[in-house]
Design a protein around this ligand. Structure first.
Ligand code: SIN
Length: 365
């Protein structure tokens, strides 16, 4: 027996908008975008403003145990057409308690990823004290990022460039975090502060400087792969760049003889190389499932930059200089541009092309 359906009698099919099939979520939220620590995140007001751009998460300015004034002004410069920035801020911040207070009190409606960036500048005891404030039941922090790559500290080299020292610091941080997590579990169990008496620790990540040799990616990936870290954030600004005002015959910023961290569109190829380098290095280690996520940072100002970062292997992407240049609204614009690129290319999610960068074929004569 055959059954026929009278199509004239059925409701018209609702039109499915192509965009509604496009999913740009990332492992930490509804989009791949977060701010790079340092940009629009030093005060409550800035953090509130940042959220108006609707990023999937927010990250605080890298903080220290006590408030810090940072380097003398002028310490930030922007190219007039927005293609680059130079900074030597020197980690000015309002102290760990200020940012914790923001997450605990001012921000309690926020449903995005909350990341606290901790500046690791020694003494380590300071970092441990900051961790002890965060790793406890009831503290609404989803991730802790250790900043080991600030290029702007007078008289100090970039920590993450000294590999033996980096290894020791990461091992010490891991041991301390594990101790604090065990303590938090016990406290949650005793006091029932967190729902059903269990404690969920934050994710831990590392903000890295740009590396230059392919061997560097392999060595760092091998170092951190067995550790507790669940993400790397690459790259911080390109260190010790110099911009000259030829009319005045002087540097454009004051600290460190005018040397500072370079950011903006101009550094994108270096950032892409670091994302790709780490993606391939982790793959070589036999972790194609990506135990350690990669947040790509550097020169992201358009949807196409995010597309390229993900194609190179990034799991998420951060926006730095463009937030300073354009304000929080750039996040929504970049997301829209990204959706438009996926629509044009026929992709439905970021997973469909993540890491799938092809090497162009060799020329034949
Ligand atoms: C700074 O405060 O100097 C910038 C932060 C950083 O580059 O890590």
């Amino acid at each position: 027996m055959s059954m026929t359906i009278d199509l004239t009698d059925t409701e018209p099919m609702p039109e499915i908008k192509h965009e509604s099939l496009i999913n740009i979520s990332s492992w930490f939220g509804k989009t791949p975008l977060i701010n790079a620590s340092g940009c629009l995140c030093a005060t409550n007001k800035m953090l509130d403003e940042l959220k108006t751009g609707d990023p999937a998460g927010i990250c605080t300015k890298s903080c220290t145990l006590e408030p810090r004034p940072g380097n003398p002004e002028p310490r930030y410069w922007e190219h007039e057409e927005g293609m680059m920035t130079l900074n030597s801020m020197g980690l000015p911040n309002l102290g760990v308690d200020y940012y914790l207070d923001y997450f605990k009190t001012r921000d309690n409606e926020y449903d995005g990823w909350r990341c606290m960036s901790l500046a690791v500048l020694g003494p380590m005891e300071d970092t441990y004290q900051m961790l002890a404030k965060i790793i406890r039941p009831g503290v609404p922090v989803d991730a802790i990022e250790f900043n080991l790559s600030c290029p702007n500290l007078e008289g100090k080299e970039i920590l993450a460039y000294d590999k033996p020292a980096l290894k020791k610091i990461l091992a010490d941080l891991e041991a301390e975090c594990q101790f604090l997590i065990a303590r938090a579990h016990a406290k949650a169990y005793e006091s029932d502060i967190d729902a059903n008496g269990s404690y969920t620790p934050p994710q831990f990540g590392i903000k890295l400087p740009p590396y230059w040799q392919l061997q560097d990616y392999r060595e760092i990936a091998k170092m951190i792969n067995p550790m507790m870290f669940s993400f790397i954030h690459t790259i911080n600004s390109v260190p010790n760049a110099l911009v000259i005002d030829a009319d005045r015959e002087e540097t454009v910023i004051h600290p460190k003889q005018g040397f500072g961290g370079l950011g903006g569109e101009i550094i994108k190829p270096i950032a892409l190389a670091n994302v790709r380098g780490f993606y391939l290095a982790f793959q070589e280690l036999g972790h194609p499932w990506k135990k350690i996520k990669i947040i790509g940072c550097g020169g992201v100002s358009h949807g196409q930059d995010v597309f390229e970062m993900i194609l190179a292997g990034a799991d998420a992407v951060s926006v730095g200089s463009q937030l300073m240049i354009e304000g929080a609204g750039c996040i929504a614009r970049i997301n829209e541009e990204l959706i438009e690129i996926l629509r044009r290319k026929g992709y439905h999610s970021l997973d469909e092309f993540r890491g799938r960068l092809k090497v162009c074929a060799a020329a034949t004569n």
